[in-house]
Write a protein that binds this ligand. Structure first.
Ligand code: ATP
Ligand SMILES: Nc1nc2c(ncn2[C@@H]2O[C@H](COP(=O)(O)O)[C@@H](O)[C@H]2O)c(=O)[nH]1
Length: 394
């Protein structure tokens, strides 16, 4: 058990201020990670917009390193606590914030960070926002072009609009007549998309039928933050990448009743040229082979009769007996500027002090991290909050 007070410093002295270039109103905290690295997390006001900066002091060489930082940064507040968890991530608790924005993780040695370090050959850190409670697993729907994935997803979204949200992918292909930018796809250029991929903004991407397609981390987070279950319509290569990522999902492969029927549907849709249809059909052969993999897909559905296939899809999502009632709690906890934190195993006890009693009925609570899931490049989910021994959220 250790204790780290919430604090902010008006005058930063010595090396830290020089290296971080913090102005006199910067806020900074330091955390020792392993015996030879100190992480300095500082809030600066760059062009009057407060932002978080990270620097690492390598104590073996006595040199400062500026890491490449992935993920959406938290908006700084005037006081925050930081506590090291299991040598791989730092929990940062923002003061004067409510529980939907106060828990953030700075990952310093997770699998994602190690992967990016090896890729880039430099120090890397990654922010991941902490989310209270369990989110239902996203649904990955895959299958050859023309099999009916989009049709099935539209039916599901129409019947359950408040339950599901579509992950809007990016693509370099040209929009079809009925397609809207930001609704069906984010239509973009290859050079822009390649830069964003390089900057770690994508959960997965693939070259599909000659164009680049990809799921941005934001596309998935936006749906989950809206309290909805995310549906991804992606090809088999993309499904494989998501399987290998930290996103836990349900993987469903949609099969046509026959190859001839697939070809008929693709032609009848009338959205592709003959050359594109031929390319999609060639790729479909390989995808149908890979779709049989029980390692990759949890379920296979044959889309012969549309209504039957849709009923089967609902059944496996547990929706055939009517709409599930959301168990989302409306309770929000406020962490004041001045608070203290202490770690007991996988629980962080946050004491808000007596002066905050009037603001919040809860002046001390425990943040349980024993069931956390996910993490960079997405949100860290599964946080639970208990007040004085009673579970109140999650
Ligand atoms: N069970 C079905 N029987 C007959 N036609 C179907 C069936 N399901 C879908 N279709 C039709 O097949 C065509 C292709 O469907 P859809 O666009 O949903 O395929 P998709 O898998 O999303 O393709 P892509 O991967 O290219 O986006 C559409 O015209 C759709 O109306
Ligand atoms: N790997 C990914 N595949 C994607 C994504 N978005 C769509 N797709 C797949 O591309 C093909 C073709 O789609 P179309 O709209 O041009 O007909 C289809 O199989 C989709 O599932 C993505 O983000 N990543």
């Amino acid at each position: 058990m250790g204790e780290a007070p919430a604090f902010f410093i008006d005058n930063i002295q010595g090396n830290i201020s020089n290296e971080l270039n913090l102005n006199s109103k910067g806020y900074v905290t330091t955390i020792d990670v392993s015996c030879n690295k100190t992480y300095v997390i500082g809030a600066t006001e760059k062009e009057s917009t407060p932002t978080f900066e990270i620097q690492i002091l390598d104590k073996s060489t006595n040199k400062w390193v500026i890491p490449i930082v992935f993920g959406t940064k938290p908006k700084p507040s005037k006081g925050y606590s930081a506590i090291l968890l299991d040598e791989d991530r730092i929990l940062v608790i923002k003061g004067n914030s409510s529980s939907d924005d106060c828990f953030w993780f700075l990952e310093v040695n997770t699998a994602f960070v190690r992967q990016q370090k090896a890729r880039l050959g430099t120090e890397v850190a990654a922010w991941s926002k902490g989310v209270i409670g369990e989110a239902e697993k996203p649904i990955v729907i895959s299958g050859p072009s023309g099999v009916g994935k989009g049709t099935l997803i539209s039916k599901l979204m129409e019947e359950f609009p408040s339950m599901f949200g579509f992950s809007v992918s990016h693509t370099t292909r040209a929009p079809r007549n009925n397609e809207q930018n930001g609704v069906h796809y984010h239509f973009t250029e290859r050079s822009i998309m390649e830069k964003d991929i390089n900057d770690g903004k994508f959960l997965e991407f693939a070259d599909v039928h000659g164009n680049l397609y990809g799921t941005s981390i934001e596309a998935v987070d936006v749906v989950a933050d809206g309290g909805k279950r995310c549906i991804l319509d992606i090809d088999v290569q993309g499904a494989r990448s998501v399987r290998a990522s930290s996103l836990e999902a349900i993987f469903i492969f949609i099969c046509p009743p026959s190859f001839e029927e697939l070809e008929k549907r693709l032609r009848a849709r009338g959205t592709e040229t003959e050359e594109q249809i031929q390319k999609r059909l060639r790729n479909a052969k390989a995808e149908l082979e890979q779709g049989k993999s029980p390692v990759l897909f949890d379920h296979i559905l044959v889309n012969d009769n549309l209504d039957t296939c849709y009923e089967n899809l609902k059944k496996l999502l547990g929706l055939s007996d009517g709409i599930k009632i959301s168990q989302k709690s409306e309770l929000v906890v406020h962490v004041p500027l001045e608070h203290t934190v202490a770690r007991i195993d996988q629980k962080i006890v946050i004491n808000c002090g007596g002066s905050e009693l009037e603001k919040s009925a809860i002046n001390s609570f425990a943040l349980d991290l024993s069931s956390i899931k996910g993490g960079a490049p997405g949100r860290t989910r599964g946080l639970n909050i208990y007040a004085m021994g009673t579970k109140i959220m999650g």
